[in-house]
Design a binder for this molecule. Sequence first.
Ligand code: TTP
Ligand code: MN
Ligand code: MN
Ligand code: MN
Length: 371
Amino acid sequence: PPGVHVLDISWFTDSMREGKPVAVETRHLIQDAFEVLAENYEFNEMDGSCLAFRRAASVLKSLPMAVRSLRETQDLPCLGEHTKAVMEEVLRCGRSFEVEKLLSDERYQTFKLFTSVFGVGPKTADKWYRGGLRSFSEVLADRSIHLNQMQQIGFLHYGDISGVVSKAEARSLRNIIDEAARATTPAAKVALTGGFCREKEFGHDVDFIVTTPELGGEETLLPKIIDELKKQGMLLYCDYHPSTFDINKLPSPKFEAMDHYAKCFLILRLEGSRVEGGLHIAEGDNRGWRAVRVDLVSPPVDRYAFALLGWSGSRQFERDLRRFARAKRGMLLDNHALYDKNKNEFLAASTEKDIFAHLGLEYIEPWQRNA
Ligand code: TTP
Ligand code: MN
Ligand code: MN
Ligand code: MN
């Protein structure tokens, strides 16, 4: 009803008690429809429209109950004409014809397939699609195509990497990274971040922040850990990016989503684990191991809180937090720092709680950040 705030759940719970029928399924139908549309905009590199649908999906996700009529959404933020039209269709017909058309669209299907390969983005997918290619076998048979190392490894381990990573696997990897870090740098600290620190059951990779208590100690940390993993025969692929972080260059004119810390995107061989029902293109099936994606980032210890908040995600939560900081507080937040434009100064923080406090927000735990 008018005047009900998006976060006020009493109205929804009241209608539940009155026993009104609630289409729980509809909620997923709408969110899935939004995701397909967002994805298609991503394929077409229409970032604005893509974000609009992701944001709308995130607003619906934040509601305690499914939306039952368009009228209920009139006070919700971030819902535009197009999103509302899709919603109305799903509420009325149980499906969206625009989405169904996309799902059976050859271009959408092919982009979805190609971009599911590690190292293949919309640009490469577009090139292959325009070259008339529609399947992996066509791509792999085409002699005019040069696959870079990332894409080669992406095809090689396709079945494993496109499968989900479980919590148990994340735990094993935590021990492995812990040991590799401490074997080379006894004082090293390892923290689980990304989706698994938000207590998600499954992920597409496992993310860690590693640092040392002493400033500067982080500079050699990642290369050492990578060497150690290699020595143990676990390293299948490593894309290492040295730090480009320069404290004197803050604030950057445009606070960015990507950060300047040393980081590596890895594919590790995890023993005693396998992907159920994975589609293996180039590997035998009788293995006692699987390939798994791992990200490591190593900020200097005095930047730790900002790096942790940035890497804890979700991406949508990060976007919204930054937008809130800018629009409502006149502050710039990124993975490196918080800058107060009113006072023209940086605000120091040694914990995530400090950052929430600077922003005048109640602290919320990572599992509450699954926007
Ligand atoms: P992801 O690992 O992509 O996402 P996720 O862990 O939330 O979900 P999943 O892996 O299960 O799909 O990214 C984790 C966070 O790291 C995300 O909030 C964005 C952030 N990030 C950066 O801040 N800088 C970077 O360079 C990268 C690669 C990620
Ligand atoms: Mn992740
Ligand atoms: Mn992801
Ligand atoms: Mn990641």
